[in-house]
Write a protein that binds this ligand. Structure first.
Ligand SMILES: [Ca+2]
Ligand SMILES: [Ca+2]
Length: 474
């Protein structure tokens, strides 16, 4: 049946319908692309339901006015470098070796042979421009490399307003609200500084606000070519410094920490039967000092600040001559733990770390549509080149999800993969989440009945199969 002439005609007719519905959404001329990254933003955004007290009015309005909200979008790698390198190159970490933040994607022969996403737009009739973090920054022989080579116009970020030292909280400095904390075994370094507090200056003195204003002013200008504009907002990435007005959105005495279970890690066992993970030093320091709610409040404040910066860009786009001909893609680069699984930060394979916010607006969309289908950041490159009708690149690892923008409820039976270092892999579909580590440790969660991923079903399956084996042997 699958190769019959009737089947092929039906498939062709469906494909033509789909492509004409996407073209009619976009209009006749080449659409612009406004590509906005929010560093380390997880699902604590109202539209994604990750936290009941999150205040993100600008992202919410953006969704409500007309966008597809992807509820099941995952990163290719759960930390900035591999996540962004995979998305921008179009190749998964295991194909390029760009597994960690220390890996320079340009050392991959595969990446050397193919244009990155902004370069591909530039090579195909677009002007590309950027300010803020899009590529992961790393040191290179010629100095700091922030991907400036990938854009026709690249504007370095402004300097930032530091924190008010009298209000600073910092694990590594062991300071709480400007005062020394009690002696602690959990202050040793590890990753970037875990700190938060209000900035010395208001939002006008902060770099993300200035990045947003740059984007706003660019959007008012005519361009001779269609544009690919990449804007990187750096909060809520650590440290959670945000102007006081965003801390003021949240009651200092409020309850903000997510549900946690002290025994959560006990059912994740290595093949030798040892508990694989321990609570992290971030978690233990915050627990010692009763700071779970304050840390969550600071992340919410930094997220609301990022949201306010997005508001500047969204408002400018609405007033812009380009509004009716611009595709907008707004994305975080991975998730973030705030105590779940007794840890903070990213670089893990649980859904808290792999799932990221993603919204896409095509011109003409006028209502919010939620999409439960599973997509991945690796799909951005093929999706955008299909939407803009650039030459296809079958060599890329992702799959265009343009069909989901035409119909977010259509069938889409494609599980997706996240890689955290060589040999550590997570696979999601809409219901199940399977994780396997290089040492053979396995986890399986039923997201429909256990969205917090508290119960590792692998343990139960192993026990069930071993007792079944014993019965068979009797
Ligand atoms: Ca990040
Ligand atoms: Ca558990």
């Amino acid at each position: 049946m699958s190769n019959s002439p009737q089947y092929l005609r039906l498939t062709l007719a469906l494909a033509l319908c789909l492509s004409s519905s996407i073209s009619s959404l976009i209009g006749q001329s080449k659409p612009n692309v406004l590509f906005i990254s929010i560093d380390d933003l997880n699902d604590w955004v109202s539209a994604f339901g990750g936290h009941p007290k999150a205040q993100t009015p600008h992202l919410d309005r953006f969704a409500d006015e007309g966008a597809v909200v992807f509820q099941n979008a995952h990163c290719a790698g759960p930390v900035c470098g591999p996540s962004r390198s995979a998305m921008l190159s179009g190749f998964m970490p295991h194909r390029t070796g760009a597994y960690g933040n220390a890996n320079n994607m340009l050392e991959s022969p595969l990446i050397q042979d193919h244009a990155t996403l902004p370069e591909y737009f530039s090579n195909n009739g677009y002007v590309s421009l950027s300010k803020g973090k899009i590529f992961h920054r790393h040191n290179a022989a010629h100095g700091a490399d922030a991907g400036q080579w990938a854009f026709d116009q690249y504007v370095p970020v402004d300097s930032d307003s530091g924190p008010d030292p009298d209000r600073l909280t910092s694990r590594i400095k062991n300071v709480i609200n400007g005062e020394p904390g009690p002696p602690s075994d959990f202050t040793s370094a590890g990753g970037s500084e875990f700190a938060w507090g209000p900035t010395r200056l208001g939002k006008e003195g902060t770099k993300d606000y200035q990045t947003a204003q740059w984007a706003a002013s660019q959007l008012q200008q005519e361009q001779e070519k269609p544009f690919f504009m990449a804007v990187g907002i750096s909060r809520p990435h650590l440290p959670f410094y945000a102007p006081q007005e965003f801390f003021d959105l949240y009651d200092p005495k409020g309850k903000y920490a997510p549900p946690m279970r002290e025994d959560d890690l006990e059912d994740i066992l290595t093949p030798e039967g040892k508990q694989k993970f321990k609570p992290s030093n971030d978690y233990l320091w915050l627990k010692q000092n009763d700071l779970f709610d304050e840390a969550a409040r600071a992340y919410l404040a930094a997220s609301s600040y990022a949201d306010a910066c997005l508001g500047v860009i969204f408002d400018a786009l609405k007033k812009s001559p380009h509004y009716d001909n611009t595709i907008v893609m707004v994305w975080g680069d991975h998730g973030w733990h705030l105590g779940e699984k007794l840890r903070y930060r990213k670089a893990a394979l649980w859904t808290e770390a792999t799932r990221m916010p993603l919204m896409v607006r095509l011109p003409g969309m006028n209502r919010r549509q939620d999409c439960e289908r599973v997509v991945n950041m690796i799909d951005f490159y093929p999706t955008l080149i299909e939407l803009c009708q650039l030459p296809q690149k079958p060599v890329l690892d992702g799959r265009s999800f343009a069909p989901l923008l035409a119909n977010p409820n259509r069938d889409w039976n494609y599980p997706t993969m996240t890689i955290n270092g060589s040999g550590n892999v997570s696979i999601h579909d809409e219901r199940w989440h399977y994780i396997e580590y290089r040492d053979g440790t396995q986890e399986l969660y039923d997201l429909q009945h256990d969205p917090q991923e508290w119960t590792n079903l692998v343990l139960q399956l192993t026990e069930t199969s071993s007792s079944a084996m014993k019965r068979l042997q009797r």
